[in-house]
Design a protein around this ligand. Structure first.
Ligand code: PEP
Ligand code: MG
Length: 558
């Protein structure tokens, strides 16, 4: 018990030191107002009542420091969470954050960056945070079940990029599912079975064998070209979140990286990476894929994507708060370090710079002015870069979709981000785990907007790559081809499934399918249309997917 208390004290000291260092770094890079949050958090670390409660729990309940701390933090934050005062609710977030840091210090001190994961485990969690997943021994993990998020949420995208079956949006999963329960994670239909009956188990064994055969079949496609059955080449690129995705993109012979999401590399660190650090890890990816092109996207944080060391003011509506380039333009030091790293990589590799969350020409002009300034700076320092580095805009806000023609004068390429486009067009939160059908990529308005952007980009001669999750779902490939898309960027694990759908598609038939879909009035009609023609993917969308799910009737055993 004394040893536990000593561990707890050491973890508090470590956390306090880290917070004060973070405060100094944020003060230098962002500003003193923003850094105050870490002073406040350092006070929480030394809060006498919190400390006393943890010590009492260790002594009285004979639990370890981690368990005692988790319990006390939960009690504190529950009390704050229920009060109406937004200021106090924010303090609850600070307490939770401090709790996480102290817990991290305790775990590190044990010499275990994360819990030991026996082979074949299923990870059941409230949420899949990139900073946590990055430390898990992922090759041991066979599946994920999370309480938060849906198919299009950032945590699901992360699971998908690992090619691990995942089901998101299972309420209370972490409480209901216990260590050593037997679990089946059906990432295709979004169902989790807990301690299934033998007949369910044997049914899934059969499905598993079929799925492996399907995947083995896809391997034959690796070296075959991505071309439609009637001979039109379709660029098939990869979405990359972290370095191993680059390796997978290489192995699956992607035509390049259509979307390099840099935020994941930031989220696994405890402070902003320096320009040189960014240069090193981006260069590694560019070297691996050389001479194929890479679109490096500027940091898209803000809203629901937060970095622990980049405090942002609380927002009443996170998905509508300042994000992407809008936020970066207000934080020039962060923006410039990243742009300089991109530009330096562009000296030797075909790099494009992609701007997230663009609403119109203003943000593009703002970023291009900074790029011009940095080019002059690099030139004066004798550092090489590509002076004609292509600059592209994400089309993920409806205003950008509607302004695409004007924006084409300002950029070299476009990327169609349907994950956000659907959320902002239909006013439906992509992170929402409730099974409400408002977030619907097949909504007629979405299809019309996609078609319009494809037409505008085609007329303006600007390459347009679709990189939202829709692009990676082979059920949609024929429709997207018919809507005019010729460049797809998908998770590496989805490349072969989409390639197969491309190789069996005929553009004439795709155009007819798209025309029919565009003439329809409701999601239900479009969905029925897509499931009626002979499918381009006979086994359906069998790739492991992260799907919003439910603990269904067969899981009553829990
Ligand atoms: C998108 O919004 O479609 C997209 C590709 O970006 P992200 O999922 O990173 O927001
Ligand atoms: Mg987006």
């Amino acid at each position: 018990m004394e040893a536990e208390l000593a561990r707890f004290e050491a973890a508090l000291e470590k956390t306090e030191r880290e917070l004060l260092a973070l405060k100094r770094s944020v003060e230098e890079r962002i500003g003193s107002r923003e850094s105050d949050i870490f002073t406040a958090q350092a006070w929480v670390v030394r809060d006498p009542s919190l400390n006393e409660k943890v010590r009492a729990a260790v002594r009285e309940q004979q639990v370890n420091a981690e368990a005692a701390l988790s319990q006390v933090i939960e009690g504190f934050t529950n009390a704050f969470d229920t009060v109406g005062d937004p200021y106090l609710r924010e303090r609850a977030a600070d307490v939770r954050d401090v709790g996480r840091r102290v817990l991290g210090a305790l775990l590190q001190e044990r010499g275990a960056k994360c819990p030991d994961i026996p082979e074949g485990s299923i990870v059941v969690a409230e949420e899949l945070l990139p900073s946590v997943t990055a430390n898990l021994e992922l090759n041991q993990v066979q599946g994920f079940v999370t309480e938060r998020g849906g198919k299009f949420s950032h945590s699901s995208i992360l699971a998908r990029s690992m090619g691990t079956p995942a089901v998101a949006g299972i309420a209370e999963a972490a409480r209901l599912i216990k260590t050593r329960d037997q679990i089946i994670v059906d990432g295709v239909s979004g169902v989790v079975f807990v301690n299934p009956e033998p007949r369910v188990e044997s049914e899934y064994e059969r499905l598993d064998a079929e799925f492996r055969a399907y995947k083995d079949g896809l391997q034959q496609l690796v070296s075959l070209p991505s071309v439609t059955a009637d001979g039109t080449p379709i660029a098939l690129l990869a979405n990359v979140n972290k370095f191993p995705d680059t390796e997978a993109a290489f192995l699956y012979q992607a035509d390049g990286i259509g979307l390099y999401r840099t935020e994941f590399g930031f989220s696994i660190r405890s402070a902003f990476p320096t320009e040189d650090e960014q240069y090193e890890f981006l260069k590694r990816a560019a070297e691996r894929l050389h001479p194929r092109p890479i679109a490096f996207r500027l940091l898209d944080v803000g809203g629901d994507k937060q970095l622990p060391y980049f405090p942002l003011p609380p927002s009443r509506n996170p998905s509508l708060s300042e994000r992407g380039v809008r936020l970066l333009l207000k934080h020039p030091a962060v923006l410039k370090a990243q742009l300089r790293a991109f530009l330096r990589v562009s000296a030797d590799h075909p790099v494009g710079i992609l701007l997230p969350v663009v609403g119109g020409v203003e943000e593009i002009r703002g970023i291009k002015a900074v790029i011009a300034e940095l080019m002059a700076e690099l030139a004066s320092q004798g550092k090489p870069f590509n002076p004609r580095v292509p600059v592209g805009a994400m089309i993920e806000i409806p205003s950008a979709a509607l302004m695409a023609e004007t924006m084409a004068d300002e950029v070299d390429f476009f990327s169609l981000g349907t994950n956000d486009l659907v959320q902002y067009l239909l006013a439906a939160d992509r992170e929402d785990e409730s099974p409400v059908p408002y977030y619907e990529p097949l909504h007629p308005a979405v299809l019309r907007l996609i078609r319009s952007v494809a037409e505008v980009a085609g007329r303006a001669g600007r390459p347009l790559t679709i990189c939202g999750e829709m692009a990676g779902d082979p059920q949609y490939t024929e429709l997207l081809l018919g809507l005019g898309l010729r460049r797809f960027s998908v998770s590496p694990g989805e490349i072969l499934g989409v390639k197969r759908a491309i190789r069996v598609a005929k553009l004439d038939a795709a155009n007819v399918l798209a025309e029919r879909a565009l003439a329809m009035r409701s999601v239900a009609e479009i969905r029925a249309l897509l499931s009626s023609p002979p499918s381009t993917t006979p086994t359906g969308d069998a790739a492991p997917r992260s799907t919003p799910g439910s603990l269904n009737a067969l899981t009553r055993g829990i």
